[in-house]
Design a protein around this ligand. Sequence first.
Ligand SMILES: Cc1ncc(COP(=O)(O)O)c(C=O)c1O
Length: 381
Amino acid sequence: MATPLAFVAGEGAELIATDGTRYLDFVSGFGVTNTGHCHPRVVEAIRDQAAQLLHVSTVGATQAASAYAERLCALVPIADAKLFLANSGTEVVEAALKLVRYASGRPAVIAFGGGFHGRTLGSLSISTSKAGFRAGYEPLPGGVYTVPYPRDELEPTFAALEQLFREQVVPRRVAAMIVEPVLGEGGYVVPPDGFLPRLRSLCNEHEILLVADEVQSGFGRTGRLFACEHSGVEPDLITLGKGIASGLPMGALVGCAELLDAWPPGAHGTTFGGNPVCCAAAAATLDVLEEERLVENAARRGTELLEGLLRLGAKAHGRGLMIGVDLASAEAATEVRERLLERHVIVSACGPESRTLRLSPPLVLDGGHVARFLEVFATCM
Ligand SMILES: Cc1ncc(COP(=O)(O)O)c(C=O)c1O
């Protein structure tokens, strides 16, 4: 657990503990409650849908799932999109790994060092953010090659890719590259400009599919609806989860129709995917993001927060409301987190050495919340 607390309620950017104390939540259930806790619009949509229809599975279509699928496909930066709905981030990453191999007939996948894509065996095989996540589960599925994520400069990553193609795997055996547009669990790292465009052209050159894992960066977190929009790059597939339904379990694999159509009926499936209650929550989530201009708010409050932290001398970095603060050690990070908690502010940590404070507050954050956070943070450093 990130804290020793137990909670009974949540409202906007705050969590309420059993003793009634209100905490400023800068974790958002690990990047999930983007619309704030228990947004009335989302709660109402869940109630209405639950009273009408709870579950159908692939027995037939539902209005909630069809309407949501059409809406999400029109929003992603992929032309002529189609999707597959599941119940979590790791499940849609798993689905992506299956689809790229199925559609291309190629066995290999390239991932990036420090990436995190989930805990099921396939997702874990491409996750290298912490060795501890993998320990005890080897051997993990093979065919995975890893090159460094560009933390400061692009050259080492592209040199490693060239070397990989020369020494370990020929490009025509590579089905896909899977990448987080902003590194999440691996330390909240924004790659240098030009990373995704250059990766896109390398993939095009070798007919390799490009998968953007936006499970954490999607749905407004970085100040654009999807983080790959910052670069103008169109991936072949996008994996989505976390903030998609404001807290109900859901994931979506979205991609160009031609690719999704490579799966004949029955080639992949799930009992609960496309659950109407989750789809109703996801549709209400989009309503709230749009009507309350929360994506723009994430960009604005993110800049305020980042600038405020830099003014305090913190080693802060990030995009939108996905901000990391590097401390000297894991012990220092734990100490600052404990001091913040004593002052009723919750943050978590990330990065390979767990020494980066991870700030991912709900996108409903207002100027007062930013000021409150910075004031408390200043006393805890
Ligand atoms: C980028 C990314 N992909 C996939 C996942 C896995 O999502 P979940 O834990 O919801 O299955 C995560 C979770 O942190 C993530 O950050």
